[in-house]
Design a protein around this ligand. Structure first.
Ligand SMILES: [Zn+2]
Ligand SMILES: [Zn+2]
Length: 411
């Protein structure tokens, strides 16, 4: 199969990316609320690292570190400090790649390297704080990639991705930009709000199958689940259009568009169109039973009432928006591009709704697990690689450089 291979950025090109104007929004959003809390947290983490380097008082563990040049290696770091009263320490047993990881690991994102990689995991609980009642040591849990407190007004209304108890975009696996919470490819991970965040893995669900529920499976779900029931009630034949990459060469993984397609079918959509420029991704989508096409073929097709944009590019977003039917919805995952042109008068004329943003993952995890327990959704159909965590550096590097779709690493 004619696969493209990606070239990692070295130190100079990586830092040119981090410091470019396009990189500024990540820093601005990260600091626009509770900036002081975030800076204090980063300063405390730096001081702790310096102290532990001088005289290590805590045991060591391994943590997968991504460096410029596409280098991945295990580094020895201190285990997290004991959890606070509401926290837990967990041990990841199955970790999935996120579609964003290739950009981070190959130095093409605005998130500065080096960092500890990984934010989708199923883990075993090791210890819990004295106020934790919902999970106990030994239990297997999904660890949402976003940090949320469960108590603030956004959390209580289900908008856990905008938790007001922690600085904006607090998440695992994004290094300093995500608030320095550590990465899931490590022996231990600190969870600050165990009862609010951790979701017990249902009996009979394999951790390898569920690892990506911590982010990408829910990300596919949120683009279709809120809109589909009403849409199918009005028209059982209504089409869902999923727009993946409109370029042959895209660093984004392709699991979210495929999960969106699987969820749409699980929720009863009969017509799910899937447009992507990458031949291996189209082949995978075809195996999943989706109606597959090249994005150029969309010009000859009627617009769809529900369009999902997971292209990660301005051109893909425009393609998605141009294909929204009258009174339709375009749900977009956005991307790392700073600005884009949108066909405003077309959208006005068609009376379309455009939503772009991040997922509120913690709220969606139970809904997605329900579909899996009922055997209506099988995320494992998207997985292309399963390997041992010990082999993570080599397996993940090849996955990122070779444009793999979804890798799960397990014990
Ligand atoms: Zn992710
Ligand atoms: Zn909160």
């Amino acid at each position: 199969m004619d696969r493209v291979r990606h070239r990692p950025r070295g130190w100079v090109r990586h830092y040119a990316r981090v410091l470019a104007p396009a990189g500024a929004p990540a820093g601005r959003v990260a600091l626009e609320r509770d900036g002081e809390q975030r800076l204090r947290r980063l300063a405390d983490a730096a001081a702790d690292r310096a102290r532990q380097r001088l005289a290590r008082t805590r045991p060591s563990m391994r943590a997968l570190t991504a460096l410029p040049g596409g280098r991945l290696c295990w580094r020895s770091v201190p285990v997290p400090p004991p959890p606070g009263p509401d926290g837990a320490i967990v041990h990841p047993i199955a970790v999935a790649t996120c579609d964003m990881d290739p950009l981070i690991a190959l130095g093409s994102s605005p998130f500065p390297l080096p960092l500890h990689l990984g934010h989708e995991s199923v883990a075993e609980v090791l210890t819990v704080g004295e106020r934790v009642a919902g999970v106990r040591p030994g239990e297997r849990v999904i660890v949402p990639f976003q940090i949320s407190c469960g108590r603030c007004p956004p959390c209580r209304s289900g908008r856990t991705g905008n938790c007001a108890g922690v600085p904006p975009i607090s998440m695992y696996g994004f290094g300093v930009a995500g608030g320095h919470w550590g990465g899931a490819y490590s022996d231990q991970l600190a969870v600050p709000y165990a009862d609010a965040m951790l979701v017990p893995l249902p009996d009979g669900v394999d951790p390898v199958v569920a690892a990506s529920v911590a982010d990408n499976v829910c990300d596919g779900y949120r683009h279709v689940a809120p809109h589909l029931p009403g849409l199918l009630e009005r028209d059982p034949e209504a089409e869902v259009l999923i727009v993946g990459s409109v370029r042959r060469r895209s660093l984004y993984g392709a699991s979210v568009p495929l999960y969106a397609g699987l969820v749409a079918k699980a929720l009863g959509a009969r017509n799910v169109r899937f447009a992507d420029s990458r031949p291996p991704v189209r082949a995978q989508a075809e195996r999943l039973g989706l109606d597959v096409m090249h994005p150029q073929e969309l010009r000859r097709r009627a617009p769809a009432p529900l369009v999902v944009d997971v292209s990660g590019s301005p051109a893909g977003q425009r393609t998605a928006l141009s294909n929204v039917a009258p009174d339709g919805v375009c749900s977009s995952a956005g991307g790392l591009h700073r600005t884009t042109r949108i066909p405003a008068s077309l959208l006005y004329g068609r009376n379309a709704t455009f939503h772009v943003g991040r997922t509120h993952v913690r709220t969606l995890i139970p809904q997605v697990l329900d579909l899996m327990v009922q055997m209506r959704l099988r995320p494992e159909a998207v997985t292309t690689t399963v390997a041992r965590l010990d082999e993570a550096p080599g397996v993940l590097r090849e996955h990122y450089v070779g444009g793999g779709i979804k890798a799960i690493l397990t014990e």
